[in-house]
Design a protein around this ligand. Structure first.
Ligand SMILES: Nc1ncnc2c1ncn2[C@@H]1O[C@H](COP(=O)(O)OP(=O)(O)OP(=O)(O)O)[C@@H](O)[C@H]1O
Ligand SMILES: [Mg+2]
Length: 408
């Protein structure tokens, strides 16, 4: 007799993955190859804050292109610093806030309070009151906090966002007198970010910049090698496959040096091998995975967009698909398509001004290109286009995200 439990398990158990979660974006691996220098510098900036809490107010900026390890290094530093602090009995906490999701000081502070599990009322307070409450609680509970403001450049694109940054950068001057309870790590893709700031804030930051250069092929190989060991059953991924993906993504071999892109291809290739029922990943699985992977936009990024931004983006894709010879199309046509999509998805369309703001946001995130007028058109029509992604792949991914319902 066949054991039905055994049979079932044998059928559903992957022959490819040992632990797929090791390829997910949230995972912080124990080692970060080729980021030793950056991690060491983070430690050196914060060592005083850790050894003598309250003695200084460290402020550091991490800058580098997409997928160069800025977020994961800050998180790894956060984990290690809190582990160490615990061991030696120092009351230091780490908080990681994504400013794209928390665009105002109020939202940032709420997020800080929630991650620190501070008993802060949700409503009925102004931002300044909330800040005061949090700072008082830090004193009451004798806590010191390292706050990472990830994607901090999105604050500069929101009204009031810049003020949020100033308040935080100068927080100890204004509120705490001599005791420094906060340290800051700011993360930005844009290298010129600091030059866009008020000189008083800039001077406090510009000497503490840690750069994250794009990864080379050899570096991506090492990163993939470690991940593959954790995520795949032994023998599933041969070195040639890692080499192939590293070559596609390495800065020196024509890629962008983006580790996220490389890891996503590896994961997708694994999924394709799983579906095709092979016991190893083949080069053709990688080729197919590349075709399915967006180059300049990550799935995570799409997931972080609002539903109506996704619908608008889908509308751009649809109009561009229809007008195959056009590089850019008028926003008015996109809006008409967007309204139709809203109907299809049972959503009430947003007003023109809101749509226009969405376009600006998508533009500033590098997802859309938008220009006003062109030599081909008179007047001030806004023209939008998508430069880097094959429309079919983008459409498929947007639809998957919309159907997954997994967005903000
Ligand atoms: N040196 C490394 N070792 C291991 N994994 C890495 C390394 N660098 C990046 N990664 C992985 O690559 C992916 C992208 O890294 P991360 O999210 O830190 O990039 P980022 O610089 O913050 O990019 P973005 O600007 O798009 O937010 C993550 O899954 C991360 O774990
Ligand atoms: Mg990041």
């Amino acid at each position: 007799m066949v054991n039905i439990v055994e049979e079932y398990i044998a059928k559903v158990r992957s022959r490819i993955f040992k632990d797929e979660s090791k390829l997910s974006i949230e995972y912080v691996p124990p080692k970060l190859p080729h980021r030793e220098e950056q991690l060491k510098r983070l430690v050196s900036y914060f060592i005083n804050f850790v050894e003598n809490p309250g003695s200084c107010f460290p402020k550091v900026i991490e800058v580098g292109d997409i997928g160069t390890g800025k977020t994961v290094c800050a998180k790894k530093f956060g984990q290690d610093v809190t582990d160490y602090a615990k061991k030696v009995g120092k009351p230091i906490k780490y908080v990681h806030v994504n400013c794209y999701k928390c665009r105002t000081l109020f939202l940032i502070l709420q997020e800080v309070a929630s991650q620190l599990q501070l008993p802060v009322p949700k409503r009925g307070f102004s931002t300044q009151e909330l800040l005061k409450i949090i700072l008082d609680l830090l004193v009451d509970k004798n806590l010191y906090v390292i706050i990472t403001l990830d994607e901090v450049d999105s604050l500069l694109q929101t009204p009031g966002g810049e003020g949020a940054l100033y308040t935080l950068v100068r927080v100890t001057d204004e509120y705490l007198g001599r005791e420094h309870r906060i340290g800051l790590i700011l993360i930005s893709r844009d290298e010129n970010f600091i030059f866009k700031l008020d000189p008083s804030v800039r001077s406090a930051l510009q000497h503490n910049v840690i750069k994250f250069p794009p990864y080379t092929k050899a570096q991506i190989y090492d990163i993939l090698h470690d991940r593959a060991e954790e995520a795949f059953i032994e023998g599933v991924v041969r070195p040639e496959i890692l080499d192939m993906i590293a070559e596609i993504s390495g800065k020196d071999t024509g890629g962008r040096g983006d580790a996220r892109y490389a890891i996503e291809i590896l994961w997708r290739a694994g999924k394709i091998a799983e579906v095709e029922g092979t016991s190893v990943i083949l080069p053709d699985h990688v080729r197919k995975a590349v075709k399915d992977t967006l180059v300049s936009i990550s799935v995570e990024e799409l997931k972080s967009l609002k539903k109506h931004q996704l619908l608008l983006l889908l509308a751009v894709v649809r109009v561009l698909q229809r007008k195959r010879t056009e590089v850019k199309v008028p926003l008015s046509e996109v809006e008409a398509e967007y309204r139709m999509l809203c109907e299809e998805f049972g959503e009430k369309p947003r007003q023109h001004t809101q749509v226009w703001e969405y376009v600006q946001e998508l533009k500033s995130r590098g997802i859309l290109n938008a220009t006003v007028g062109s030599k081909y058109s008179r007047g001030r029509t806004t023209l939008v286009g998508i430069m880097h992604e094959p429309l079919g792949t983008l459409e498929k991914t947007i639809l998957a995200v919309l159907r997954g319902g997994d967005h903000g």
